[in-house]
Design a protein around this ligand. Structure first.
Ligand code: ADP
Length: 560
């Protein structure tokens, strides 16, 4: 569970250090003082056993306070009372009460006020008063002169304590402010803890080594445990698996994070049947915090099993429906096309029927495009599916795409031109995806242009990347439209482009496919002048693609 009161704990630790640091020299010096005084016959007590026992007790007590493990109490009050008693005992029974030894009382008054404020100081001064009276009585010094001396010493020590404390501990105002700030910080901290504990996501805070220093109740649920996680290594508690069920060290995943990162490719297994898909959000805490001088990470784990399976179901649905729709649409398209042909061939004169047939044909073609897009989209969204990697020359796909789009370009009297730099050698990537993207660029260029030419080019830039570009002289896109062009279902409001039908999915799909082959997609465009859509392929298209995922012909099945 999230630690209860860290601020208080930290302050308590600092207090304990202060107390030990202040009292240890006090103990050592005072004991030496007593022994030296005894040696020179300056002590009031002539009894060596009494002196030795007192010194021994004070030393043992000082040590127990200094070593946390030996400490008999976590509170300061028993120690303060014991120190007061020890000093009072020494002043009454061993040393002359009015000796320089009494100066140590100033330190005790300081500690008393430090831990218990004004009340502490008052109690310490009352104890001093009582000690002086007892000393007077025990040492049988009752006369006017000694009464005045004792009173003088009480005023000197009391006054010195007050001045010393004001200088060291600050004014009442300063201390009040500090106390208020501490309380507020603590309150904020408690609120934050309450918030973290109420979160549905598991939150774990770890240091560089993976040692957990804070967690919430949801973390216990995800890690399937009830034990205290504080100071335990996260590696032993969570067995992360990647897509291929290989174990992954969570701290390796965590340490990759520079600022913030989100991972969705890992899961954990409770049993063979129960697999929990995780979304892991990692954020790096500042390199050093003033409190523990440690860098650390906050890990947020979200169970996305349900979400993933819903997503998969949705994708399956789209993929099945679009696949099932293909056949009837193809049959309908063939029939309408045939009817249109017969109608034209037989020279039927009913223009209305011909118009209807043409319209129906257009709509069926649109429907067919849409179903194809949906099908491709659902495949492209399945990031986990393997793709088919091939080595080929870029001219090959340019040629294939031209073959597919030439007719449409001709219908609009647009010339398709190509320019492939000779220094471009073979590339290794998914041919199918690349062709899909290029075909999209070219189809759009034809669709959204009324004049040509359209230039399909492949160039190599200075950093070795190959740029595959399609340049048109068509409608172009406004600055605002350029930002949205790769969004799902987005189509420009520009009346020039609205004339043509489309789904707004082509470029979205292209951007998804581009990401899968580690290519960068982009455009340059000026409204009314034309656009250039391009794809920057990584210099070594081969190495960047994860070869382990390659299963031949898989992508062909997917996109085919
Ligand atoms: P669709 O073409 O089916 O509408 P796309 O995702 O391919 O879907 O394109 C989205 C939108 O981007 C298009 O509707 C069009 O407004 C704009 N667009 C795409 N390519 C071009 C282009 N070459 N010139 C002008 N506008 C374009």
């Amino acid at each position: 569970m999230a630690k209860d009161k860290p601020i208080k704990e930290i302050l308590a630790k600092e207090d304990a250090i202060l107390e030990a640091k202040t009292t240890t020299p006090l103990v050592i010096i005072s004991c030496l003082f007593i022994l030296v005084s005894f040696y020179f016959g300056l002590t009031f007590s002539k009894n060596i056993y009494l002196v030795a026992t007192t010194v021994g007790l004070i030393i043992i007590f000082g040590i127990t306070n200094y070593i946390p493990k030996l400490k008999f109490s976590q509170k300061h009050i028993p120690y303060l009372i014991s120190y007061h008693l020890a000093l009072a005992f020494v002043l009454i029974f061993i040393m002359p009460t009015i000796s320089y030894f009494i100066v140590f009382w100033i330190l005790l008054a300081y500690l008393s006020e430090y831990f218990y404020q004004t009340k502490g100081l008052a109690a310490s001064l009352v104890a001093l008063f009582a000690t002086l009276v007892a000393g007077l009585y025990v040492q049988n010094n009752f006369n006017f002169e000694s009464l005045v001396t004792y009173a003088q010493w009480f005023i000197i020590i009391g006054g010195a304590s007050l001045v010393f404390n004001r200088i060291i501990l600050g004014t009442k105002e300063v201390r009040k402010n500090l106390a208020e700030k501490t309380t507020r910080a603590e309150y904020e901290h408690q609120r934050l803890l309450a918030l973290i504990n109420s979160m549905a996501e598991a939150v774990l805070s770890v240091d560089e080594e993976g040692i957990i220093n804070m967690y919430n109740s949801a973390a216990l649920d995800i890690l399937n445990t009830h034990s205290d996680l504080n100071n335990k290594k996260i590696q032993g508690l969570i067995e992360l698996l990647d897509n291929e069920d290989n174990p992954v060290d969570i701290m390796e995943v965590v340490r990759e994070t520079k600022y913030i990162s989100k991972k969705t490719e890992y899961h954990i297994k409770r049993s063979d049947k129960e697999i929990i898909m995780l979304e892991i959000n990692i954020s790096k805490a500042g390199s050093t915090t003033p409190i523990n001088h440690q860098a650390g990470y906050t890990i947020l784990l979200r169970d996305i099993t349900k979400q993933k399976s819903l997503e998969e179901e949705r994708q399956d649905f789209i993929s099945v429906v679009s696949h099932e729709l293909r056949t009837p649409i193809t049959v309908a398209e063939a029939n309408v096309s045939m009817a249109e042909l017969i109608y034209k061939r037989e020279h039927f004169s009913d223009q209305k029927t011909l118009d209807s047939l043409q319209k129906a044909h257009e709509k069926i073609l649109f429907l067919s495009d849409m179903v194809n897009d949906l099908s491709t989209l659902s495949r492209a969204e399945r990031q986990d599916k393997e793709m088919d990697i091939e080595t080929f020359h870029i001219s090959e796909i340019i040629k294939e795409v031209i073959d597919l789009t030439e007719d449409k370009a001709k219908q609009k009297s647009i010339n398709l031109e190509t320019e492939v730099q000779s220094k471009i050698s073979d590339i290794t990537t998914s041919k199918l995806y690349l062709k899909e993207i290029l075909q999209n660029f070219v189809t759009n260029a034809i669709k959204y242009s009324s004049k040509g030419p359209i230039l399909i080019s492949a160039t190599k830039n200075n950093n070795g990347k190959i740029r595959l570009a399609v340049k048109d002289h068509g409608a172009g896109l406004s600055e605002a439209d350029k930002q949205k062009v790769f969004d799902k279902f987005w189509r420009s409001e520009n009346p020039l482009t609205r004339e043509t039908e489309g789904t707004g999915l082509g470029l979205y799909i292209s951007s998804k496919l581009a990401r899968r082959i580690n290519a960068e997609i982009g455009l340059e465009s000026k409204l009314g002048y034309g656009s250039t859509f391009y794809l920057d392929l990584p210099a070594l298209a081969t190495q960047k693609v994860d070869q382990t995922n390659v299963v031949k012909n898989e992508a062909r099945n997917i996109l085919g």
